[in-house]
Design a protein around this ligand. Structure first.
Ligand code: NAD
Length: 521
């Protein structure tokens, strides 16, 4: 998985997996030392990683995690962007992303499934529709995550116009079948997406400039969002008036000027989004902290809702979130067996089988064969145990790894992403991912990671990640059942504790909920 995150990552030569800075390991010597330690690791040992470098191998027991990892966790007062960048430049820290340093990234499919679920909810709630036919989405960014946007929109019949500043990213997306057409001008782009033919169009330009031009015109998209790496004003968002080459040069020479210019450009983009919202477009922020960056520049930016409270929280209440698995053999046939199991095990939720079919038909392969699929409490362990049995029976040729994004029901605290607007005001409380990691270690998950935010996310997030390998053994079956049920179960309890009736309704007999009684007392 360590090799795989680099194979599917954005800049493997720098160990960068996604989101501008999210790294798989501290540096290349650390990478090689990790690989050497993993090759020698005995069954009753655990490799300890600290911010992307191996610290030691400790004697534990055969059912303990193989790897425990903590990345960039920093006391509150020190968790600032400035201190992070200084320590990063001195080689003392990295940002681990959510799944980069935990070796759980599977390429664009992870975010693709999430974007699909999100856009499906937008269509359902705002347009009372199951298909986006005849509608179009305006957005920006074709990076590691953003390149999922046009594909998931197309899966739902929705046309899209994606503004991207880097021609190489546009070409990469076009070559991978992400965008169907590259428009030469804004007029051409608008004509293509308004033709009603479910088309994904890319336009080279700065999101700030192009969004403002659209807002100044008469055409209004049905949906407007953004997925530039706006969370990082220094490394993630190209300021207007600079070429990418000038940007790279200036941020070394004058980082403050770059941040200031980037935030002013973002403000122009957000103002355009507000204008389009006033004209009837559905606007939301898609997890990139865009609104936070312009807080002091754009009064009313918070009229744009975050995607989690607006659309996805009811799913998290039921423990439904971005689950994933990877066929470690590299065999597409192994992935097919897991897909068939997922498509048949949950007839009460036909959307699971629908997604599996769409994913099989439309997601270009990337790295090891993998599937992202939003499953909930109890569903994840059912599937994993069935897959483990298929490995044991030889119907799958090698072990399968089960994991998830950190942005999950229990695994994430980020008051502008996963936990924005929690009903009990617990938006910034990091107890939940920490409890989650403790439970996952107790369950004997194979890798348990605790990450904190870096770069523009410094001081903004805490997350827990988990991977468990189904190797066909009975011991693996027990680890899978325990770890996956504890993880999603804690997510349901967290949301029930916060007062969500959907979570209380999802409490299953294996979950004893005590917080309500305490509150009543
Ligand atoms: P990335 O750094 O790989 O890509 C960002 C892209 O934006 C690049 O291709 C860059 O050229 C382009 N860009 C930057 N400034 C631009 C501008 N002014 N105009 C047009 N294009 C511009 O980042 P990524 O991995 O794609 O992630 C994008 C953002 O989404 C990040 O902030 C990330 O944290 C966030 N994210 C959110 C979720 C979620 O919760 N929904 C999930 C994953 C990532």
């Amino acid at each position: 998985m360590l090799e795989n995150v680099l194979e599917v990552g954005e800049r493997p030569e720098d160990l960068v997996v996604y989101a501008s800075l999210g790294k798989a390991a501290r540096d290349w010597p650390a990478y090689h030392a990790i690989v050497a330690a993993l090759r020698e690791l005995e069954e009753d040992q655990t490799l300890v990683l600290q911010t992307g470098r191996p610290i030691g191998v400790l004697r534990t027991h055969a059912h303990a995690p193989m790897v425990v990892s903590a990345v960039n966790n920093t006391v509150g007062r020190w968790a600032t962007e400035e201190r992070f960048y200084q320590r990063m430049r001195d080689g003392q820290t990295i940002w681990g992303g959510l799944t980069a340093a935990a070796w759980q990234y599977i390429g664009r499919q992870g975010v693709l499934a999430g974007t699909y679920e999100l856009l499906r909810e937008v269509l359902r709630r705002d347009f009372a529709a199951t298909s986006g036919e005849g509608r179009w989405l305006l957005t920006a960014g074709l990076g590691g995550m953003g390149s999922a946007q046009p594909i998931s929109a197309r899966m739902l019949g929705l046309s899209s116009l994606v503004v991207e500043a880097d021609p190489a990213k546009i070409e990469k997306s076009r070559a991978a079948g992400g965008v169907d057409a590259v428009a030469a001008t804004l007029d051409e782009a608008l004509a293509l997406v308004r033709a009603g033919t479910n088309t994904a169009v890319a336009l080279l330009g700065n999101a700030s400039t192009v969004f403002a031009e659209i807002a100044a015109g008469v055409v209004t998209p049905d949906i407007v969002s953004d997925q530039t790496a706006a969370h990082d004003a220094l490394y993630g968002y190209l300021p207007e008036g600079l070429t990418p080459a000038e940007w790279h040069e200036l941020r070394e020479k004058d980082p403050e000027q770059v941040q200031d210019r980037a935030r002013r450009s973002m403000a122009r983009q957000v103002n355009a989004m507000l204008t389009l919202a006033d004209r009837g477009a559905v606007a939301f922020e898609n997890g990139n902290n865009l609104r936070v960056q312009v807080e002091s520049l754009v009064p009313g930016a918070d009229r744009i809702p975050g995607f989690m409270p607006a659309y996805l929280r009811p799913l998290f209440c039921r423990g439904i979130g971005p689950f994933r698995w990877v066929a470690l053999s590299g065999s597409e046939q192994d992935l097919s067996v897991t897909d068939e199991l997922a498509a048949t095990l949950f007839p009460e939720r036909p959307e699971v089988a629908e997604w599996i079919k769409l994913a099989r038909d439309q997601i270009p392969p990337q790295g090891l064969p993998a599937r992202s699929c939003w499953l909930g409490h109890g569903e994840r362990s059912r599937l994993a145990v069935a897959v483990n049995q298929a490995v044991r029976a030889g119907r799958i040729s090698a072990p399968v790894l089960f994991s998830r994004d950190h942005l999950d029901s229990a695994g994430m605290t980020h008051p502008r992403i996963g936990t924005e607007g929690m009903r009990d005001g617990s938006d910034g409380v990091t107890d939940w991912p920490l409890l989650d990691a403790m439970l996952l270690s107790a369950a004997g998950a194979d890798l348990v990671a605790v990450h904190s935010g870096g770069g523009g996310y410094a001081g903004w997030m805490q997350s827990a990640g988990v991977s468990v390998v189904a190797d066909g053994s009975l011991a693996a079956e027990s680890r899978l059942r325990l770890a996956l049920d504890l993880d999603s179960g804690l997510g349901v309890l967290r949301h029930a504790t916060a007062g969500y009736p959907e979570a209380e309704a999802a409490l299953s007999p294996d979950l004893t909920f005590l917080a309500k009684e305490n509150d009543d007392a």
